[in-house]
Design a protein around this ligand. Structure first.
Ligand SMILES: CC(=O)SCCNC(=O)CCNC(=O)[C@H](O)C(C)(C)COP(=O)(O)OP(=O)(O)OC[C@H]1O[C@@H](n2cnc3c(N)ncnc32)[C@H](O)[C@@H]1OP(=O)(O)O
Length: 463
């Protein structure tokens, strides 16, 4: 780690500077404001600040309780992260450092907490580009190729492969420990998994290219850690714990390749199902699109959705009996889990999208029935049934993140007390807002699924 004071002062000025360092108590600087992270693939890119700056989730969490750094003026921390060896190097510069009432933050342990052993001194870091240029190739060479596709974006004859390996294996575990900083930086709430547990697998998505001498270069584009859970009585479930595509390669289908590979393992090994641990919104969106498209290729699903859509036309609002007919039949949920390894919860999410897609947008009666059905689901999810004499109430809470929508649900002890605003009318209005939001999301997902399906059909026709 290189530590530099910017523009060294002649020693005579130092005392004076200390005295004027902070006029008031040091208010500190947020880590997010002074740290820049660069992803680099060559020695030349180190120091060229125009290269690949990335936005981490939140750096403040690694720096003290309040996420602030104290005792520095003009502090800048540049961190170079090699996407060849996955080592890191930090360059720290500042004008002055003085205790302004809150101490001087020791930066090294904070950076160690984040980057661990992958943090190198600059000289060693620069050497790693040549000494470890084949690092990824050496680690993944013993893995099992689960998926192989021709690279699309260039004509170098590259291929995209997904390779599966057990994490409980020394070279793979070492590579994973170098990837953990990426998990901490880019996956919200991400943390390291226990590499000694044999239940963990890691799926690497890589790009393979041959150079002019015929030598193969392998670049790591992303990875997913997947846990094998026991499922009673004699099966196994796969849970995607962390999935990350490196920022420069996001949005190019590699997250999809990883998920497709996990799905294909679950099918080929006849496992119970595939789930994801605390998925981010975007991962939910991706899985929703992928699974809805897979469900559309399964004819029992198409038949059942068409029949459910016909029930939407019957009465508005749908009666209790016909509402039951809007849900996927139990035997279908079992078939879907068995054939596609899509669990019931995920099937229900996709089902709403598929049902919406089956409704003629001009058929207002069916749309109203559909909304009423979604509204019942939302009501059940938020308020549920009476809970031991306590009643749930929904209250709006202002929120900077999404000023339009923010609610809390709380219990009132006797069913009558609350915030004083828990009147039925208020509650109805709030529930309606939530339902509107859900309807918008379903409509958007349906639009995306429909356009992806059209593209797939065109590609199929073109052969
Ligand atoms: C459990 C957890 O780990 S939660 C945390 C998840 N990870 C993170 O948040 C880390 C940061 N983010 C990432 O690493 C990535 O963005 C990931 C892993 C979430 C997604 O990977 P990406 O490579 O960016 O996504 P990818 O390009 O494969 O897929 C996205 C697109 O494919 C589309 N798509 C979905 N299915 C298909 C299909 N069958 N055919 C074609 N396209 C499809 C999606 O609709 C989406 O496009 P859109 O946004 O325009 O609607």
């Amino acid at each position: 780690m290189a530590l530099k004071r910017r523009e060294e002062e002649p020693s005579g000025d130092k005392k004076k500077k200390k005295r004027v360092g902070f006029s008031a108590i040091d208010s500190g600087i947020e880590a997010n404001e002074c740290i820049k992270i660069f992803l680099v693939r060559s020695e030349e890119e180190v120091g060229a600040s125009s290269h690949n700056t990335v936005d981490p989730v939140d750096l403040n969490q690694f720096f003290g309780e309040d996420g602030k750094i104290y005792g520095y003026k003009g502090l800048k921390i540049n961190v170079w992260l090699s996407i060849i060896s996955f080592h890191a190097c930090a360059e720290i510069t500042f004008e002055t450092s003085v205790d302004g009432g809150k101490g001087i933050t020791d930066l090294e342990p904070c950076l160690q907490k984040l980057f661990g052993e992958s943090l190198l001194e600059m000289k060693e870091f620069l050497q790693s580009f040549s000494s470890e240029c084949q690092y990824i190739r050496n680690v993944v060479s013993n893995g099992t190729v689960v998926l192989c596709k021709a690279g699309e974006e260039d004509d170098t004859g590259s291929t995209i492969e997904v390779i599966r390996m057990g994490l409980n294996n020394l070279p793979v575990g070492t590579l994973y420990s170098r990837l953990v900083p990426l998990v901490l930086l880019f996956v919200e709430g991400g943390r390291s998994v226990d590499i000694t547990d044999p239940g963990w697998d890691i799926y690497f998505v890589v790009k393979k290219t041959s150079d002019q001498t015929g030598d193969t270069l392998i670049e790591l584009l992303g990875f997913a850690t997947v846990y094998r859970f026991y499922h009673y009585p004699d099966s196994t479930r796969l849970r995607i714990s962390q999935i990350l595509v490196l920022p420069p390669y996001q949005g190019q289908g590699h997250g999809r390749h990883l998920i497709e590979s996990v799905n294909s393992i679950a099918i080929s090994e006849n496992l119970h199902d595939v789930t994801a641990e605390e998925p981010s919104d975007y991962l939910q969106h991706l899985r929703l699109c992928m699974d809805s498209l897979r469900l559309l290729t399964f004819s029992p699903v198409r038949t059942a959705v068409t029949s459910a859509a016909a029930h939407l036309q019957e009465v508005n609002p749908p009666k209790k009996a016909s509402k039951a007919q809007l849900a996927p039949p139990a035997h279908l949920a079992e078939d879907v889990r068995d054939k596609l390894k899509i669990g019931r919860k995920q099937l229900l999410r996709c089902w709403e999208v598929l049902l919406y897609l089956s409704v003629d947008p001009k058929d207002s009666k069916s749309l109203e029935s559909f909304r009423s059905w979604v509204s019942d689901r939302v009501r059940d999810e938020i308020l549920g049934k009476d809970f031991g004499g306590k009643e749930k109430q929904l209250v709006e809470v202002p929120n900077d993140y999404n000023p339009e929508m923010s609610f809390v649900v709380f219990m009132s002890q006797d069913g009558s007390e609350g915030s004083g605003r828990g009147q039925e009318q208020d509650q109805e209005e709030l529930l309606n807002k939530v339902v509107d939001e859900e309807m918008e999301e379903i409509a958007e997902s349906a639009k995306r699924v429909s356009s992806l399906r059209e593209t797939q059909e065109v590609l199929h026709i073109l052969g």
